[in-house]
Design a protein around this ligand. Structure first.
Ligand code: A3P
Length: 322
């Protein structure tokens, strides 16, 4: 297998520097317009390596999301379901001692360094392998879209997604540049400029695929998952195959799975109260309020009007609405 040489890495860095660039919401890294999405600088090399070198297996499972849409929750739920046979005890479960981001990693992040070793450890992972990604559907490696592996996507009302991203950005370790104001960040979000955005094409890419290939992509909304968790977790179980048998579905197994991943439960775990993910974001900041509709406390009437119009316009005719 051809591995990225220093020369290749330099060429890729030059490619990144030649792309249109914008300040990202998180104050520090720039975003580069690559393959029609805004790729954060610190992911760029990893995205290219992911596209070039990752080899999907038919039984792989991917959790896909636009950042701040409920990735942490979906990672936890999918991890419990996928590993149900392996970790059947809810009293002694890995989710009680590890953060979901430590249990489910993103190839676009881990393949940004030590490529050879990382590829080796990916190929040796226990199967079924579970990964996450923030890449838009159109930029996923062909090996994922063309194999039989499954994708569960979560999206969220763009108002709440923006507020969650904004709050997160005020707590993340900033790199040199002064932070954006709420209004500046909002303008960028309205124009689709945020990590892995535009948010509308991100959602629509997976939405359209879930309509044409419902066995390939399961499309979830954070709000629906909150409002009827049992129903949607059962959908996940069904979509992923027989990790939970039909007899067990009738018992408390599904309830136990949901309880393990409950916002309050996860937020209070010692493991989620200190330490960092990727040395950038504090684990506790992945658990803020976990509510629907917190956005109402942030926007002026004119912002609400403007953003509502954008949402309607961008999603019009797709069948997707919030
Ligand atoms: P808020 O900032 O609105 O509270 P992501 O995981 O994609 O970064 O998204 C983070 C959002 O999901 C945050 O929303 C966070 O509080 C919420 N969240 C994290 N864990 C959750 C859980 N177990 N259940 C519901 N929401 C959760």
């Amino acid at each position: 297998m051809a591995l990225a040489s220093d020369k290749q890495a330099n060429e890729e860095n030059e490619l990144m520097l030649a792309l249109p660039k914008e300040r990202g919401l998180y104050g520090g890294p720039y975003l580069h317009l690559f393959q029609d999405f805004w790729c954060p600088s610190f992911y760029f090399q990893g995205v290219i390596n992911f596209q070039k070198h990752f080899l999907a297996k038919d039984n792989d499972v991917f959790v896909a999301s636009f950042p701040k849409s409920g990735t942490t929750w979906l990672k936890a739920l999918t991890f419990v379901i996928v590993n149900h046979q392996r970790f059947s005890s809810f009293e002694n479960h890995p989710l009680l001692s590890s953060n979901p981001h430590e249990l489910v990693s993103s190839p676009e992040f881990i393949l940004s360094h030590d490529l050879h070793d990382q590829l080796l450890s990916l190929s040796n992972m226990t199967e079924p392998r579970l990964f996450s990604t923030h890449l838009p559907f159109s930029s996923l490696p062909k090996t994922i879209t063309e194999s039989n592996c499954k994708i569960i996507y979560i999206c969220r009302n763009p108002f709440d997604t923006f507020v969650s991203a904004w709050e997160f950005s005020t707590k993340i370790k900033s790199v040199s540049l002064p932070a954006l104001t709420f209004e500046e960040a909002f303008e960028k979000f309205c124009n689709g400029i945020s990590g892995f955005g535009p948010w509308w094409s991100h959602m629509l890419g997976y939405w359209n695929e879930s309509k044409t290939r419902p066995d390939k992509v399961l499309f979830l909304k954070y709000e629906d998952l909150k409002e009827d968790t049992v129903f949607h977790v059962k959908r996940m179980v069904k979509f992923l195959g027989s990790s939970v048998t039909r007899e067990e579905e009738g018992t408390t197994v599904i309830e136990n799975m949901i309880n393990l991943c409950r916002f309050e439960k996860m937020k209070d775990l010692e493991v989620n109260q200190s330490g960092y993910i990727h040395n950038i974001a504090e684990k506790k900041n992945f658990f803020r309020k976990g509510k629907i509709g917190d956005w109402i406390n942030y926007f002026s009437p004119s912002m609400i009007e403007k953003f509502s119009k954008i949402i309607e316009e961008k999603l019009s005719g797709s069948g997707l609405s919030f």
